[in-house]
Design a protein around this ligand. Structure first.
Ligand code: NAI
Ligand code: 13P
Length: 341
């Protein structure tokens, strides 16, 4: 039995607290918001994020980080990607170098264009880092629906340790050494899920959806390989797996945000309605910049960027994508195989 601290009691942090408690670990859930912590202690619910699901009393709720991290061998970073730097900074000089840090957010840092492993490595370079990612909506994990994910680390022993800690009969964890690929699959699929929602909001059909998912994966892989990922990772759980679930599920905040934009709502109205993190909005900006820097063609991301940040009309973006220069379908793959990436 391990003592595990989870930083962040949103949907995902809370669902993972249930999973890890069910696996027999001592779980310390660090909740930043006092009134949310009080609700969890007094009613055994986290209603904003997990509705009526019961949070067992064995899960320790803390608003004090010292108490939450005391004796923890694993710290799970379950805040949004933009909040991760601050969360990791608050751990500096507090934890030993033996503590394994597990990031479960799926995004890229705005401003620096960094992956979360880069942010964490900069601030806590002596701690082992594992990213846990894959098709895993909190709402389904919280009610024990069979779910498969991947734990990636440069330190394979740390990845296997985390595989043991999280695995259960309803949560199957694979390992993978490709941190870059797993992180980018999780972050970039949010852009395509947002686009897939736009397509639904506009009233287009299943053909259109399959098209954006397939060509979306092609551009995710293109940027991923240029940034050092192994292309085969994108055929796995953190690539196509998570792309499928977020592009098709009504649990997905990214897809739901896209639907609202497709139906004509403004970004402000959309975010006010969702009230939870929509990582794809920031990921679009970061990926757009990375693609420009690496000279990688990401047409879907570029069109979503124009909708979000330059006010381009959505219908015009579909037309732009459909009337691009004609291509050979596997041109990208040939390029990836024989290029100098
Ligand atoms: N909800 C889901 O089904 C899944 C979410 N994720 C990823 O996990 C990350 C978090 O997502 P959610 O839990 O859904 O977001 P959320 O919006 O439900 O909750 C994030 C929580 O983090 C808290 N927070 C922010 N900064 C903090 C800090 N410094 N210390 C402690 N708490 C802090 C916020 O108050 C909020 O309660 C995102 O990157 C998301 O993409 C990954 C897999 C599944
Ligand atoms: O990554 C997720 C499920 O695997 C959650 O996606 P959303 O952030 O779009 O809800």
């Amino acid at each position: 039995m391990d003592t595990i601290c989870i930083m962040g009691a949103g949907s995902w942090g809370s669902a993972l607290a249930l999973l890890l408690n069910n696996n027999g670990h001592k779980v310390n859930l660090y909740v930043r918001n006092e009134s949310q912590a009080n609700e969890m202690i007094n009613t055994n619910k986290n209603s904003k994020y997990l509705g009526d699901i019961i949070i067992p009393s064995e899960i320790n709720i803390f608003t004090d980080l010292d108490s939450a991290t005391k004796d923890a061998s694993v710290i799970v970073l379950a805040v949004s990607s933009q909040a991760t730097r601050a969360a990791v900074l608050s751990l500096q000089n507090k934890i030993s170098s033996n503590v394994i840090l597990v990031n479960v957010s799926k995004g890229l840092e705005k401003g620096t264009n960094k992956r979360i492993s880069e942010v964490v490595g900069e601030l806590l370079p002596s701690n082992s880092f594992v990213v846990l990612s894959g098709p895993s909506h909190a709402e389904e994990v919280a009610v024990k629906m069979p779910t498969t994910v991947v734990a990636a680390s440069e330190n394979i022993e740390a990845a296997e340790y985390i595989q043991d800690v999280f695995s259960s009969e309803f949560f199957r964890v694979y390992t993978n050494p490709d941190v870059i690929g797993v992180e980018l699959g999780g972050a970039l699929k949010n852009i395509i899920a947002f686009g897939s929602g736009i397509i639904d909001g506009l009233g287009y059909g299943d053909n259109t959806k399959a098209g954006i998912m397939t060509r979306g994966l092609a551009e995710i892989a293109r940027l991923g390989v240029a940034l050092g990922a192994d292309i085969s990772t994108f055929a796995g759980l953190s690539g196509i797996g998570d792309l499928i679930v977020t592009c098709t599920s009504m649990h997905s905040r990214n897809r739901r945000a896209g639907i609202m934009i497709g139906q004509g709502k403004t970004l402000e109205e959309t975010l006010a309605e969702i009230q939870m993190v929509v990582e794809g909005i920031t990921a679009t900006e970061v990926a757009y910049n990375l693609a420009l820097e690496k000279n990688i063609d990401m047409p879907i991301t570029a069109e979503i960027y124009k909708v979000l940040y330059e006010g381009k009309d959505i219908k015009e973006t579909i037309k732009s994508l459909m009337t691009r220069t004609k291509k050979h379908e596997t041109e990208d793959l040939i390029h990836l195989k024989y290029s100098e990436f």
